[in-house]
Design a protein around this ligand. Structure first.
Ligand code: ZN
Ligand code: MN
Length: 141
């Protein structure tokens, strides 16, 4: 058992390694990208196992799955409520901590009298690195 935040979660070695690898990055990797990282430490692990464990960790609330446009789900070890911005050129997904999701929901509640249960907001742009590189071809992702 590994103690995490307030919960005690049953951690297999595989699950522990997956969580460690996700916590080590800020890149919001896909399951495929996680598989590439985890395989270096557990060579015999399968993509299906990585995927299943990511889903279990999401279900436990230890990590979150991001609803970002694109073919594959991305994963984030930061479970706080924050927005993301995606680079349309390189596909990189960055955190946005300056815009507050709870402030927007409060504003909507105050304006319309609804109890807001949730919302989706996704930012798109061109990251500083791609802006510097100039007219690079867009990524197909
Ligand atoms: Zn970029
Ligand atoms: Mn994030």
């Amino acid at each position: 058992m590994v103690k995490m935040k307030h919960k005690k979660i049953r951690m297999t070695r595989q699950r522990g390694v997956i969580l460690e690898e996700l916590r080590a990055v800020k890149t919001h990797p896909t399951a495929d990208e996680m598989y590439e990282k985890v395989k270096k430490r557990i060579p015999r692990i399968s993509l299906a196992t990585v995927y299943r464990n990511l889903e279990v960790l999401c279900g436990l609330g230890v990590i979150q799955k991001l609803d970002i446009t694109g073919r594959q789900k991305r994963f984030d070890a930061d479970t706080s409520n924050h927005y993301h911005i995606k680079c349309i050129k390189c596909g990189k997904v960055d955190d946005l901590y300056s815009a507050r999701p709870d402030a927007i929901e409060k504003a909507v509640e105050d304006h319309r009298g609804y109890e807001v249960l949730g919302h989706r907001l996704e930012f798109e742009g061109i990251c500083p690195k791609c802006r510097e590189a100039g007219g690079k071809e867009p990524d197909t992702q």
